[in-house]
Design a protein around this ligand. Structure first.
Ligand code: GLU
Length: 588
């Protein structure tokens, strides 16, 4: 157990764990003329702008935009579009996502919700009885894409580039190609069984019937052309125009390979659903943890509310260690499940109130609370602890490292934290013929039901509850941190754990990202990486936790603002093949 203020000891312990043997923080800044961006490395420090993504090409795209005078929003859109080329199984123009943005000039945090949306014909029963895996690879799971509307809104509100200009780096990478790495190869391999059952997908990602070889160059001229036309014609080409019509046709009649026995259910999407789609600016969530103002995504994401509630619970406790981290997360997830979804009247203020957090915190004792724990009652009247019986709840399935998260800062001090996703690795598996991109399966984030009273049942025009938690932290009104991760509902715990690592365990940001992770989402067992089990297993087991191996949790990126204009950009050193951090200049 680690008391506040004895953090350095914990940092020393954790820094000794094998997971941290990878190059930690403070990699030497590049010397004059030394172009660090030629290699993929997880940490960079410097001035004038910074970026971290999972991918070197995407980070370079952002860096190029920053160097040519673009701002953080311009660079974030360029990086996201490039990830649609190089990480096409996690991100793309037919997906969705959330941007949290700090506008330096007005010193305000904004969010832009580009979440996919259910078609008008969707009903609470539309997914009932359908096996989850069948729904994943189907037209039915494809939500109305949000990314392009989000890019346009972000550029119009806060950017300086046109959509066409912001797409240029991605067009270049799609045309000239990128080098296939082990991650791309493995993700293709794990999708091969369904990709081969869809003609357009097999043609693009299993060329000649084979997996793209590691080290080979992968080109996507059709995607380059799609981006080019999108730049010229604008988002209306998708939201009601010809590209939209092709998406609808694909959703309704998925191009199943002749002879395949796979049932690929058609979807409910109409062109009118695309025409009705809007990206939306929403007020961010905000909690204050010690002196840090933590801003996140409001519903229908559960990211901001769940990270925020867990931080509030931790703050109400006298000491913060790994046990408390798991307990706070467990309780916050119980409340997430009951109260958060795309419904009117989510009790957000109460969920993020100090009174509610104190009431929840008083349940945390020496031993683990039996899970699943019951949700609390965020009714505004809080007193002594209420005895709450454990609830029965279906176990949360293991969630993979889907999706992607990127961070960008520019020379003016604007900051972006951006999660972009197509949900499963490979989305719904269906490439729109001739267009070079996969459709999302985001609607599988709805509760399938029957589940009376569940806030996350499907409905017409509804956005499925998300766990994405792009997060920006201000201290005294100035940016201090930006952080986020993929990983389904483990996103929430990854972001929370990084913040706890940074603040309560005294780690540097690179250490906080690299440290072994655990994820407690109100289930009987806590999933954890091997390094975490090795380090904390005996102590936590003695206190009633049950740890079970999850080999890899999350793939985070982050920024820390070190003062005087110096920024540290941080990506994963190992997970998902390691990410890429770059800065505009090593010198002021
Ligand atoms: N669909 C997930 C969510 O919105 C993100 C995908 C993932 O990371 O698995 O929470």
């Amino acid at each position: 157990m680690i008391g506040r203020g004895s953090a350095v000891l914990a940092a020393a312990i954790l820094a000794g764990s094998s997971v941290l043997l990878v190059r930690p923080a403070a990699a030497a800044p590049p010397g004059p003329g030394q172009q660090q961006q030629q290699e993929k490395r997880p940490v960079a420090e410097g001035y004038g702008g910074a970026v971290a993504t999972v991918d070197l090409d995407a980070s370079k795209a952002a860096l190029g935009v920053l160097r040519r005078g673009g701002n953080a929003i311009d660079a974030a859109v360029a990086a996201a579009a490039t990830l649609g080329v190089t990480e096409p199984y996690s991100a793309g123009l037919a997906g969705g996502g959330y941007i949290v943005y700090y506008d330096a000039r007005h010193r305000r945090v904004h969010t832009i919700d580009g979440r996919e949306t259910a078609p008008k014909a969707m009903r609470p029963t539309s997914l009932e009885g359908i096996p989850f895996d069948d729904a994943v690879t189907s037209g039915l799971s494809a939500g109305v894409p949000g990314s392009v509307a989000q890019w346009e809104l972000a550029l119009r509100r806060f950017g300086t580039l046109s959509l066409g200009e912001a797409l240029k780096p991605a067009i270049e990478v799609a045309s000239r190609g990128f080098t296939v790495d082990q991650t791309f190869h493995d993700q293709t391999a794990s999708n091969a069984a369904r990709f081969k059952d869809l003609t357009s997908t097999a043609k693009l990602y299993l060329p000649g019937g084979a997996l793209p070889a590691v080290g080979s160059t992968f080109r996507n001229p059709e995607l380059a052309d799609t981006y080019r036309q999108l730049g010229r014609r604008g988002g209306s080409w998708l939201y009601g125009g010809r590209l939209g019509a092709e998406i609808v046709a694909t959703v309704k009649r998925p191009p199943v390979t002749p002879g395949s026995t796979r049932t690929v259910r058609p979807g409910l999407m109409e062109l009118s659903d695309l025409a009705a789609y809007r990206a939306v600016e929403r007020a961010p969530t905000r909690v204050t943890y010690e002196d840090n103002d933590v801003y996140g995504m409001p519903p229908a994401s559960s990211g901001g509310s769940t990270v925020g509630e867990a931080l509030n619970i931790l703050q109400a406790l006298p000491r913060v260690g790994v046990h408390e981290y798991l307990e706070a997360s467990k309780l916050a997830f119980a409340d997430r499940g009951k109260y958060v979804g795309d419904i009117p009247g989510v009790p957000l203020r109460q969920l993020l109130s100090e009174g509610f957090a104190k009431e929840r915190a008083c349940l945390v004792g020496e031993r683990a609370i039996p899970a699943p724990a019951a949700p609390g009652d965020p009714d505004g009247s809080y007193g002594p602890c209420r005895a709450v019986p454990p609830e029965s709840q279906k176990p949360t399935p293991a969630e993979g490292p889907e999706t992607t998260h990127l961070v960008v800062a520019d020379r003016w001090g604007n900051v972006v934290a951006y999660n972009i996703t197509i949900e499963s690795t490979g989305g719904n598996g269906i490439v729109v013929p001739g267009r070079g991109f996969l459709l999302n399966n985001e609607l599988t984030d709805f509760t399938f039901g029957p589940a009376p009273g569940d806030p996350n049942l499907p409905g017409p025009g509804k956005r499925p509850r998300s766990s994405m938690a792009p997060t920006i932290v201000l201290k005294n009104g100035e940016p201090l941190l930006a952080v986020g991760s993929p990983g389904g509902s483990t996103i929430i715990t990854t972001v929370l754990q990084i913040l706890v690592n940074r603040w309560d365990f005294g780690m540097t940001l690179p250490q906080a990202l690299a440290a072994p992770r655990a994820t407690q989402r109100n289930t009987a067992q806590t999933q954890a990486e091997q390094g975490f089990i090795d380090r904390y297993g005996p102590e936590l087991t003695a206190r009633g936790h049950s740890l079970v191996l999850n080999p890899e949790i999350g793939a985070a990126t982050g920024l820390e603002f070190l003062g005087g204009g110096r920024v540290q950009a941080v990506a994963e050193p190992v997970r998902r093949g390691g990410g890429s951090a770059l800065v505009v200049s090593g010198h002021r």
